[in-house]
Design a binder for this molecule. Structure first.
Ligand code: PMV
Length: 354
């Protein structure tokens, strides 16, 4: 009969890079020019929830994002769907009397509904959570027997940063050497309990969609920036080693120094692109100055800041006490309504890592 529907729902948090990925060596497979490291956020604040359904009544694959139907015809969706379908196994639901053989999946179609609990495409890494969640929920639905590392290589083909959202805690995306990308995967460095004093705070400077997508931005940077290769070859490899060490030993001063420097260098290569790419705005710059001044006056860093492909500030406080002070200072210097640009703050009310 064609009346049955089988569904799976999954929830995936976004991740924020502390050592940035910027630049591809292969655009269609999404292979990066350097390793990167990120922290996966608390799912209660910035996450995607995706429900995938399969039924013989569905005639083609369809997807809705935040309630609006979107096209699945793009190469990134097609690559993810193809890769995950090819790994499907037999599925049996005895209660519903459903039996799907491995070979049946080729002719079955999905309906996918995905929701972000935060602004989409505003430089808050919505595609990271989105593709990770899509791949993970489809893998569960189709009884795919691969580990998260292998699933990360599929999510990577949707959006590079998505591969890092398949794990909690601190995660490294290894750039890999293979021409086919099979070794360009994410690995967990430490789990979400390892450094649970940290608290994250996001200043939503603007919830407008960004002007330069990360895809075209990266392409322009790789094609025109004389600095980006120096960054990828000389700077990042050293930082990756130092960052892993800082995370393992919970060395906040080293962590903050590396995180801030790497964010600033990423924006420097954007500025070094022709024509230059501006992701941060005046408010972003003022937030940086404010944190830098505070860190200097304390003698040791209290807060790390990092900015992705947009003006929103992600700040990581060394503990709850500092986070409370940080919010107080930000609200004083950057009250949401009075600043034309600043909308709101999102505060992790518990550890970012849990
Ligand atoms: O995966 P993409 O294409 O959304 O690119 C992400 C790029 C940055 O967010 C700026 C850096 C990173 O490593 O996440």
């Amino acid at each position: 009969s064609s009346s049955w529907v089988l569904m799976v729902t999954a929830q995936t948090p976004t991740n924020i890079a502390v050592i940035k990925y910027w630049g591809k060596r292969d655009e269609s497979l999404i292979l990066p020019i350097n390793d990167s490291i990120s922290v996966t956020l608390d799912p209660s604040h910035l996450c995607t929830t995706t429900t995938v359904a399969v039924s013989p009544a569905f005639s083609h694959d369809r997807m809705w994002l935040n309630g609006k139907e979107i096209s699945l015809s793009g190469g990134r969706y097609q690559n993810c769907l193809r890769e995950i379908r090819s790994r499907a196994s037999d599925v049996e639901d005895e209660k519903k009397g459903i039996k799907i053989a491995k070979k049946d999946w080729e002719n079955l179609h999905f309906h996918i509904a995905s929701y972000n609990n935060f602004p989409t495409a505003a430089g808050l890494a919505s595609s990271a959570a989105g593709f990770a969640c899509l791949v993970y929920s489809l893998a569960k639905l189709m009884n795919v027997k691969e580990d998260n590392g292998q699933l990360s290589a599929i999510a990577r083909q949707g959006s590079g940063s998505a591969c890092r959202s398949l794990y909690g805690g601190f995660v490294k995306w290894i750039m890999g050497k293979d021409y086919n990308g099979s070794d360009s995967i994410a690995v967990q460095l430490v789990d979400e309990n390892h450094w649970d004093e940290l608290v994250i705070l996001v200043a939503v400077v603007s919830s407008r969609q960004k002007e330069t997508s990360s895809t075209s931005g990266m392409r322009e940077t790789v094609e025109t920036s004389p600095l980006v290769l120096h960054r990828a070859k000389e700077v990042v490899p050293k930082r990756i080693i130092e960052m892993e060490e800082a995370i393992k030993s919970r060395d906040f001063p080293a962590f903050a120094r590396l995180t801030c420097s790497d964010s600033n260098q990423f924006h420097a290569v954007c500025l070094d692109t022709s024509p230059p790419i501006f992701y941060m705005n005046d408010t972003s710059h003022r937030i940086i100055s404010c944190v830098e001044k505070w860190n200097r006056s304390e003698g040791t860093p209290q807060v790390a800041y990092t900015f992705d492909a947009g003006p929103n500030a992600v700040m990581i406080a060394r503990n709850r006490k500092v986070a409370a002070l940080l919010l107080q200072r930000l609200l004083f210097h950057f009250p949401p309504q009075s600043d034309a640009d600043l909308n709101s703050y999102i505060v992790g009310d518990k550890s970012i890592l849990k």
